[in-house]
Design a protein around this ligand. Structure first.
Ligand code: PMP
Length: 431
């Protein structure tokens, strides 16, 4: 296959793609259709998708149930504003979601992307503290190694040192970071792991409005799994100090790491949960901030008596309809078995790569398999090799990882893992 033939010249000259040079962009391969777990390129090549399109296409592509839900909604209406109006698609999705999230969360604020959900969640806690007369509680803490999105406040809580937004650090609001948890998911719990966060919370208890973390899996900041006990301690201590806990389940939600939400591993209910990505099964942009009755009550009782946020496409009916269909499809499917089957296969095929000299670490949880290498992957060369093996895997620095759709077959998953094995065994593909 010739890479050049898959590239669209207009695209190359005028359309900017993420995380690549505007002048010498990495190739952007033209996709003409996608079905099941395969992307079909403009020359007819089919690639097995190991990314779920940045972790959201839980059921794969061109899913009959989701197509039908979308078509049915489209025949009624594509969009109406959510200010002063509502619709059945939002109501139905709201009901479905309340049956899925931890019991203490009852209020849902729909937005159109994960980053905006993080923005709205941060705004919500700051407004909550102001409403309560605690204007000194205006700071936010997080943990190093995190990733929460690309908008301004979301960037401010991403890893400030090694994260992709570190360039902006001097311009962003000041946040407080505890070191990333070191105790991994399967390690025996070490009390000391929580000590730096404990110290931070104690020291800043009068000024912290909230802590925001990705639960159990730190995703785009490094794909590390940490111990659920950390989350349990965090939840307890936040409660003790009157600090709100925001849990960013945008990457982990909807079964990805073996529980519907990663919070369930710790048995906690946060004050606010951000969800996105898998919410719509990868069909349309939709995210949400889900919060407690208590926060809603406080916001409602004090001026301005409203959350001052309202994106144009908030609760878009098409997005809500397809999201509801996606959640229902997930709940009706044997997703736990599928995810544990994926986990077992990832373990058996990726763990042996630990002995490869390029490989620093291999880790697997649920439908996430990560091979960390010592040196960064040469993107262009690795991409070319991966595509030539019929797979779509997009490395992230020193990480080769897969987060496949839950409906992937064993043979397809094997092909993804074998492709990773080929890449890591070729020193030429590393910088
Ligand atoms: N939070 C987390 C944990 C994420 O993984 C992401 C996206 N990778 C975001 C927030 C931002 O979501 P979006 O790209 O939809 O803005």
């Amino acid at each position: 296959m010739q890479f050049d033939k898959l590239i669209d010249n207009f695209d190359k000259e005028h359309l900017l793609h993420p995380y690549t040079s505007p002048l010498m962009p990495l190739p952007a391969l033209k996709v003409t259709s996608a079905t099941g777990c395969c992307l079909v390129l403009s020359d007819g090549t089919a690639l097995i998708d190991g990314t779920s399109s940045w972790w959201c296409a839980l059921h794969g592509y061109n899913v009959p149930e989701l197509n039908a839900a979308l078509a049915a909604q489209l025949s009624r209406m594509a969009h109406v504003m959510f200010g002063g109006l509502t619709h059945e698609a939002a109501v139905a999705l709201g009901k479905t979601l309340l049956g899925m999230v931890p019991k203490g969360l009852q209020r849902i604020f729909f937005v159109d992307s994960g980053s905006v959900a993080v923005e709205a969640a941060l705004k919500m806690v700051l407004q909550y503290q102001l409403a309560q007369g605690s204007s000194e509680k205006c700071e936010i803490a997080s943990i190093a190694g995190g990733y929460h999105g690309d908008t301004w406040n979301a960037m401010s809580v991403c890893d400030p040192v090694a994260g992709m937004h570190r360039l902006f650090k001097p311009l962003l609001p000041i946040r407080y970071f505890a070191p990333a948890p070191r105790c991994s998911f399967d390690d025996p719990w070490d009390e000391q792991d929580f000590a730096p966060m404990q110290e931070l919370l104690q020291r800043r208890r009068h000024s912290l409005a909230a802590v925001i973390v990705e639960p159990v899996l730190q995703g785009a900041g490094g794909m590390r799994f940490y111990h659920p006990q950390y989350l349990r301690c965090l939840s307890e201590q936040c409660r003790t100090y009157g600090i709100k806990l925001i849990v960013d389940e945008i990457a982990t939600g909807f079964g990805r790491i073996g529980r519907l939400f990663a919070c369930e591993y710790a048995g906690i209910c946060p004050d606010i949960m951000c969800i996105g990505k898998g919410l719509s099964g990868g069909y349309l942009p939709l995210a949400a901030v889900v919060t407690s009755e208590e926060i809603a009550q406080v916001l409602g009782h004090y001026a301005p008596q409203a959350l001052m946020h309202g994106p144009t496409f908030m609760a878009n009916p098409l997005a809500c309809a397809v999201s509801n269909a996606s959640c229902r499809l997930l709940l009706a499917s044997p997703w736990q078995e599928r995810v544990s089957h994926i986990e077992a296969q990832l373990k058996s095929l990726l763990y042996p790569l630990c002995s490869v000299p390029q490989v620093a670490h291999v880790r697997v949880l649920g439908a996430v398999g990560v091979v960390e290498t010592y040196r960064p992957v040469k993107m262009r060369e690795a991409m070319e090799r991966l595509v030539s093996m019929g797979v779509w895997i997009r490395p992230l620095g020193r990480l080769l990882y897969v987060m496949p759709p839950f409906v992937i077959s064993s043979a397809q998953l094997q092909q993804l893992c074998e492709a990773i094995a080929v890449v890591v065994q070729d020193p030429e593909l590393f910088a």
